[in-house]
Design a binder for this molecule. Structure first.
Ligand code: NCD
Length: 377
């Protein structure tokens, strides 16, 4: 879905769009190359397809180290990136992702600013998204972007290729296709809860077709061995063949279930709920969330002790409200949000090149504490 604003003049818009089309048709390898520095390090986090298990380990270890350092020596973290500035560019609505990025930046001492309402920007004067991006890039070292266009990740990387600014891009959700930092936080939460992800079974319930969270999340699961993934949705909300083929080709056993949640919670390791993404419908208010996809107390009772319930939030009717009043360690909805702040700190630390410093500092502090705890002779 091209919801990119190419400017007020139709002729100019067509010209710029055709230049972008050229970049897109150069293929996924060229796109990935544009996202990496010469030494192979990822400089833009825009697509889940660019992540691998080695990088996820780096991000998770950095996340854990930063999390612990913040309790002992928060000033160390705050000093790391105090000369770095980031724009949080969120023309599409957001609460969690916006705030968790903002808090992550604050923990790392990053100077941060935001643009959320395009009515107050030069877009209102007919400035194209392309010129807006290049203007914004003049002032910052990084940009966190959330946008309704499926192509916005591609678009920002392409736009930055035309500029000499060494800017880093973080995709905080683009249209229905990509939400890589949500996938990182979900991967972290699963690993934290299940210990090991290899060999596990995950059920995605709800809007499998339009959930960018599912599209990015499923791609990260496909990095693991012997995975089984259930997509549980009615026909018109079932997973697209592109995602199904991508993960199946990487060895994931895929099941598509149209009959609702049923008995799945009794044997899957992760129950992953999503809301109806009706903002991407044809404006039809008539879209209704299927009642056989509502997660109830019965489903919770069925769940093995070691399994978990997740939801990227915001939630609506897809989880029985009674679950909000049950204190159960398998319900990971709220803890995952804090994980989101810390994994975003870990991801940004990696991209801005201070991840090793964070991990080394934690190793040093750990040794120091061990020494202090050792009994005196
Ligand atoms: C999700 C999103 O925006 O894609 N929310 C989030 O980032 N945590 C899911 C949703 O909006 O349903």
């Amino acid at each position: 879905m091209d919801k990119i604003y190419w400017g007020a003049d139709a002729g100019l818009a067509a010209y710029h769009r055709s230049r972008f089309e050229e970049f897109k048709t150069s293929g996924s390898e060229a796109f990935e190359k544009a996202c990496r520095a010469e030494d192979g390090r990822l400089k833009h986090v825009v697509s889940a397809e660019h992540l691998d298990l080695a990088l996820l380990k780096i991000i998770h270890d950095t996340t854990n180290a930063a999390r612990r350092i913040s309790k002992i020596e928060p000033e160390f973290l705050k000093g790391l990136l105090r000369h770095t500035s980031v724009l949080n560019y969120f023309p599409q609505p957001s609460t969690r992702t916006f705030l968790s990025f903002s808090r992550a930046e604050s923990k790392l001492g990053i100077q941060r600013e935001e643009v959320r309402d395009l009515k107050t920007s030069s877009t209102a004067k007919g400035e194209s998204d392309l010129d807006a991006l290049r203007t914004q890039s003049s002032f910052y070292e990084g940009m966190v972007v959330r946008h309704p266009s499926d192509l916005y990740g591609h678009f920002t990387v392409w736009a930055m290729q035309n500029s000499r600014r060494p800017l880093h891009i973080f995709n905080a959700g683009s249209g229905t296709k990509e939400h890589p930092t949500q996938a990182i936080l979900d991967h972290y939460t699963m690993e934290e809860s299940l210990g090991e992800i290899d060999g596990k079974t995950i059920a995605f319930y709800g809007d499998c077709l339009r959930s960018r969270v599912i599209h990015s999340g499923a791609r990260l699961l496909a990095l693991h061995k012997e995975m089984t993934v259930y997509f549980v949705a009615p026909e018109h909300l079932q997973i697209d063949t592109e995602t199904e083929d991508y993960i199946a080709q990487r060895g994931v056993t895929v099941h598509k279930i149209k009959t609702g949640i049923g008995e799945l919670p009794s044997f899957v390791d992760v129950n992953y709920m999503t809301r109806l993404q009706d903002e991407y419908g044809a404006g039809s208010q008539s879209e209704k969330y299927p009642t056989n996809l509502v997660f109830t107390e019965d489903h919770l009772r069925m769940m093995p002790e070691t399994s978990i319930l997740m939801h990227p939030m915001p939630k609506r009717e897809e989880i029985d409200p009674r679950l909000d009043y049950i204190d159960d360690k398998r319900i990971m909805l709220w803890r995952a949000q804090r994980n989101g702040m810390w994994t975003r700190a870990g991801t940004m630390a990696y991209v801005f090149g201070v991840d090793e410093q964070i991990r080394n500092k934690y190793t040093f502090l750990e040794k120091k504490m061990e020494k202090m705890m050792r009994p005196r002779r």
